[in-house]
Ligand binder design. Sequence first.
Ligand SMILES: [Zn+2]
Length: 269
Amino acid sequence: MKQPKSDKTQDVYLKRFSRQTVFPGLGVRGQLELSQRSALVAGVGGLGSWTAEYLVRAGIGHLRIADDDTVELSNLHRQAFYTEQDATRRRLKVDAAADRLRAINSHCIIDTFAEKVDPLTIQRAVDTADIILDGTDNYQTRFLINDYAIKHNIPWIFAGVVEAEGQVMSIIPGKTPCLRCVIPSQPSCCAGGNDCCRAGVVGPVVGLISAIQAVEAIKILSGQPQKINTSLVKYNFWENHYQKVDLSGVRSGTPCPCCHEKDFIYLEP
Ligand SMILES: [Zn+2]
C-alpha cells in the first residue's frame, strides 16, 4: 500500500487531513495508523458505495471493493458514485466505483474484485484486508462473511437497511458477540432474496447507516477498537425510533455454533 515516505510527503499528507487530525480522538497517530490499513467492502451497492467513499476520503491506505453486479437506473437513488451514463452502459459497479474513488484520493490503493463473494471466492476477496465491511443485501452472504471473519480473526461490521430502518453491529472476534450469537439463522422474511428489492428503501437512510459503519471502521483501523459501540444499534428514521440492544449477556446463553463450537457451516460450498 502507498504510504507517505519522506518527511515532506508526510507533511503534505497530514496537511490534507488536518481537519481530522485536529480531532483529539484520532490525532496524527490515528491518521497515520489508518493510512497503513486495508479494508474489504463486500458489495458496492447502497451501503458499500457510501462506506467506501467515507473510508477513502478519511485516508485509509488500501481499499478493496467486491461486487459482480452492473449499474442499473433503479440503483441511482441510493448508491453513491453511479451516474445515468453508467446505467446506460451497464458498467460493472466496481469499475465505476474505482474510477470515482481514485479521483477522490490518489494516495489510496484501490483494487477491485468483480466476482460474487461466495464460499469458493471469499478467501481471494478478503485477501489481506484488516477489516470487512458489510455492503451486501442478503443474510446468506452476511453469515458467510461472519464465519470467515470469526475463523480468521478479522473484525467486521454488519450493517443492513430495509425501508427506512437500519441496523449496525461491530464484531471483533473473541471480544464481541458474532452475528450468529445475535441472529442464529437467516430471518424468514429475507429468505431467498435480497432485502431491498421487495421491501424498498429510502435512499438517504442508506447513507446514514453507512456513515455509522464507517465511523466504527475508522475507530478499529486507527488503533482504537475499545471505542466501538458494543451494542446492536437500530434506527427507524421514518418513525423516529432509536434502539440500542445491549449484547453483554448474549454470549453467556446457549453456546454459539460459530464462535464457540467453530462450526463454520456457511463456508461450505
Ligand atoms: Zn457467535
